[in-house]
Design a protein around this ligand. Structure first.
Ligand code: IDP
Ligand code: MG
Length: 156
């Protein structure tokens, strides 16, 4: 099983509502490892590069305006199949459709203001991690409890 890395953003609504800790808690509780973490202000340029795939969508101007409206908490998480694992913790795109037990299903009611971003595949994860973090901001370290979170099969 591949150990993957993924970019997660606690979006401006999460920061403003004081939900950054709650959001990080859910990923940490699952066993995902934080290897990068910072509070930052997304510029219009960064938003445009991050959401390049959505440029032609009708919601794009509102999305850029939302994502630049206040600080975000950006993080890189690592673990077996981390990209999909995080998307499952996040829930479906619109909070209105997301299942209870997920971040979006438990903490939001909006469509677009959906609290959290997570990369949607390996290519996007690589691109997004490079956009948001310098290599030296990503730390490799061992956690004391890892022997009880991952076994040899998970690491292979
Ligand atoms: P994702 O965040 O679940 O990967 P995407 O389809 O990649 O969803 O869309 C990126 C972001 O754009 C969403 O998280 C949401 O904030 C916003 N968005 C997507 N579709 C709509 C829409 O139809 N109306 C308003 N905002 C939207
Ligand atoms: Mg997406």
């Amino acid at each position: 099983m591949a150990i993957e890395r993924t970019l997660i953003l606690a979006k401006p609504d999460a920061v403003q509502r004081g939900l950054v800790g709650e959001i990080i808690k859910r990923f940490e509780a699952r066993g995902l490892k934080i290897i990068g973490l910072k509070l930052m202000q997304i510029t219009k340029e960064l938003a445009a590069r991050h959401y390049a795939a959505h440029t032609q969508k009708p919601f794009y101007p509102g999305l850029v305006s939302f994502m630049t409206s206040g600080p975000v908490a950006a993080m890189v998480l690592e673990g077996p199949k981390a990209i999909d694992a995080c998307r499952k913790v996040m829930g479906k795109t619109f909070c209105t459709d997301a299942e209870p037990g997920t971040i979006r299903g438990d903490l939001g009611v909006s469509r677009g203001m959906n609290l959290v971003h997570g990369s949607d595949g390996p290519e996007a994860a690589k691109k997004e991690i490079e956009l948001f973090f310098k290599p030296e901001e990503l730390l490799e370290y061992k956690r004391a409890g890892d022997a009880w979170v991952l076994n040899d099969e998970d690491r292979a």
